[in-house]
Design a protein around this ligand. Structure first.
Ligand code: IVH
Length: 674
């Protein structure tokens, strides 16, 4: 029996540690199957020897009985709210009042993301989690202990030999973006309604009366402060308190920072704003807190909010508006995309007037009708989207969308393959919409790079009957161009020079410019690298196409279909006759310099020259993979300025850390294996 007790204790400690590594550090150290097997061993031990059960057993995270309602909990230390700021002026005012209040010239602030979740309080007595509650009205909340226990990022016991008598940890329950995406995908697969955002999904999960239901929703937690404490040696600053909570295995934001003065605050706001789309969780702003607790006490509170803190909010990423109409746009490949015309609404920092509805099935699934009130979302540079309809506000005269049977641009029949969600215009290149889109695609910077050939000009050239397909561009002359409205001699000459200039290109750009369905820039580059020149690509069989690394059956079929079309072959021939050419290269079936082949890198912080996307593309082109989190399988962490938790994790796991210069020299290495 003593052996069994020791085994149960060892299992509990091991599981708590693996749990922490997985859910808090995001860096698992054992395979899931091994975790599951240890977990089952503990479950069986406890089942056969109930006296071995302890209140901090990880097996108790699931399995508490459902309740009829939540008990009320009075907060010993009230859970306050924050004053909001929206502009630079608000931040300057806040800093000025703080400085005046303290009689200081300059003040240090602890800056943190403002988590967009639900505030909770976790009460630990003698190191054991005994009670968890929601914020409620700030004075009284609801007892959601059983639900909070299911959240793996929350420690059930503090991992220290001499825990404080009382420690109340405050923070936010939320759902990570990747978990939210998976949850919504599962909802869609079951034909159920999507959640509008991670916050709503988390709120619903936290308020379930049956903890088993909460356990099925992937919730996370981040801490940002403490409430009541007894026997806890409170550090002198917010920054140090966060470090202490991290030591106690609570998740804290890796993006937290200490800055000086209003300049520091505004820089932090900009930096986090730029990172916002890449963060693992939704935030609705940042929070500034005077760092020193003795200054916080000195400043005190006005009504319900502290004078020592400010929430600096970002523009909301979601807003309610009305669908005034649904139009249909025809793309380069003939795809008909329904687009919602919206009553203008300010969201994600810009005024949005339309949002893509993707396709008919999507409209049906979301049950979107003309006249509906809808939630619109615009995050980062992402195209605005209609997330959900407010059914309760549907007007009686709301109209359903019907996909037209004929192309709104050329009048050709619209077809829809049985295995596809997309409806297409059957007019091919006779459809001016497709012609225009094809020309714009051909001329774009990443394709033939014809500077100055934009939408207006393409409209004029196609509508004037001067250009039917790309080769016609190369037959234009200055006199003709100069006749176009709003086009002088000088602009005509510039455009012509750009057209002539574009003749000297690369095979990859040329292939991309053709606008073959499913062939993006990367595939075009793979094809160019593999075949080395155009004739072998033109002659390639379906099998030969599939032999290209990264080209699967669908892409191979698209290329094959495109090249089987005599009209497309004629266009290619005419383009070559016009003198489009590229440097000849030997085919390289697989062996271009791939200095990072097989390596996994993690990016963190701001690099001096490369943006996140540039760094990622260059790593991928060199054969490497970019992962979102650091684990033992990470080969390198590339760290820039203000690198946070990932850098710490790299150090903890002994993963080598590179700066931008070292990354660049690695990228420029020739592979010796060639
Ligand atoms: S500190 C006395 N820090 O924002 C101030 N709050 O508007 C206590 N929140 O209900 C709050 N992230 O749930 C603080 N880093 C952060 C936060 C944060 C999100 C929430 C919090 C509170 C609300 C106040």
């Amino acid at each position: 029996m003593p052996d069994l007790a020791a085994r149960a204790q060892a299992l509990r400690e091991a599981l708590a540690l693996y749990n922490y590594q997985y859910y808090v550090l995001d860096a698992p150290t054992i395979p899931d199957a091994q975790y599951d097997s240890l977990f089952r061993e503990l479950q069986q031990l406890e089942a056969s020897h109930p006296d071995l059960m302890t209140p901090d057993s990880p097996t108790l995270r699931v399995g508490a009985a459902p309740r009829d309602g939540f008990r009320e909990v009075a907060h010993g230390v009230p859970m306050l709210s924050l004053n909001n700021g929206f502009s630079e002026a608000d931040v300057l005012n806040f800093d000025r009042r703080v400085r005046e209040g303290l009689g200081q010239d300059e003040v240090d602030y602890a800056c943190e993301p403002k988590f967009d979740g639900l505030a909770v309080s976790l009460l630990y007595r003698e190191g054991l989690l005994v009670e968890g509650s929601t914020r409620g009205d700030g004075e009284t909340g609801e007892d959601v202990t059983a639900n909070l226990r299911t959240i793996r990022a929350i420690p059930l016991r503090l991992p220290v030999p001499k825990p404080p008598q009382v420690l109340e940890v405050r923070g936010e329950v939320l759902m990570l973006k990747r978990d939210f995406a998976a949850l919504n995908a599962a909802q869609a697969a079951r034909g159920e309604k999507a959640f509008v955002n991670p916050r709503n999904a988390a709120a619903g999960a936290l308020r379930q009366l049956d903890p088993a239901l909460t356990a099925q929703r992937p919730l996370s937690f981040f801490s940002y402060g403490v409430g009541e404490t007894r026997g806890f040696d409170l550090p002198p600053t917010q920054g140090l308190l966060m470090d202490r909570l991290a030591e106690l295995h609570f998740p804290v934001a890796p993006e937290r920072a200490i800055v000086r003065g209003a300049t520091g605050l505004l820089q932090y706001f900009d930096r986090i704003g730029r990172q916002r789309a890449d963060l693992r969780y939704d935030i609705d702003g940042v929070v500034y807190k005077v760092n020193a607790f003795r200054y916080q006490e000195e400043l005190g509170f006005v009504s319900r909010a502290p004078r020592f803190a400010l929430a600096h909010k970002f523009p909301a990423e979601e807003a309610l508006t009305e669908i005034e109409d649904i139009d249909v746009q025809v793309g380069r490949t003939g795809a008909l995309t329904p687009v919602a015309r919206l009553k203008p609404v300010f969201v994600g920092g810009v005024t949005v007037t339309n949002a893509t509805l993707h396709n008919e099935d999507e409209i049906r699934r979301k049950d979107i009708r003309i006249g509906d009130q809808v939630w619109v979302r615009r995050a980062g540079d992402v195209i605005p989207e209609v997330v959900a309809v407010v059914l309760a506000q549907r007007p009686n005269d709301a109209r359903a969308f019907v996909m037209p049977t004929h192309c709104p641009v050329c009048g050709s029949a619209v077809t829809r393959a049985s295995d596809e969600a997309i409806s297409r215009c059957s007019g091919g290149l006779f459809c001016p919409a497709q012609r225009k889109q094809a020309l714009l695609h051909f001329a774009q910077r990443r394709a033939m790079d014809i500077d100055g050939l934009g939408e207006k000009l393409v409209d004029q050239l196609v509508e004037g009957g001067w250009v039917h397909a790309a080769p016609d561009l190369y037959a234009l002359d200055v006199d003709k161009l100069a006749q176009l409205p709003r086009m002088g001699m000088k602009s005509a000459q510039n455009l012509l020079a750009a057209i002539v200039h574009s003749k000297e290109t690369t095979l990859a750009r040329f292939i991309f410019a053709l606008g073959i369905r499913n062939v993006g820039e990367t595939t075009a580059r793979d094809l160019a690298r593999h075949f080395g020149d155009l004739p072998p690509l033109l002659d390639a069989s379906l099998e030969a196409l599939q032999a290209v690394p990264e080209v699967g059956p669908v892409v191979a079929q698209s290329i094959h279909d495109f090249l089987a079309e005599p009209h497309n072959r004629e266009i290619i021939a005419r383009l070559q006759q016009q003198g489009i050419h590229w440097p000849q290269a030997a085919p390289e079936p697989s062996g271009r310099a791939q200095p990072l082949a097989g390596l996994t890198l993690v990016l963190t912080g701001t690099l001096p020259h490369l943006s996140r996307t540039e760094a990622r593309v260059r790593i991928e082109n060199a054969g490497g993979k970019v992962a979102g989190s650091v684990s033992k399988r990470t080969h390198y962490v590339v760290a820039g300025e203000d690198a946070g938790g990932k850098l710490e994790q790299a150090r903890a796991l002994g993963v080598p850390v590179l700066d931008e210069a070292q990354l660049l020299s690695l990228l420029n290495q020739e592979t010796s294996s060639q």
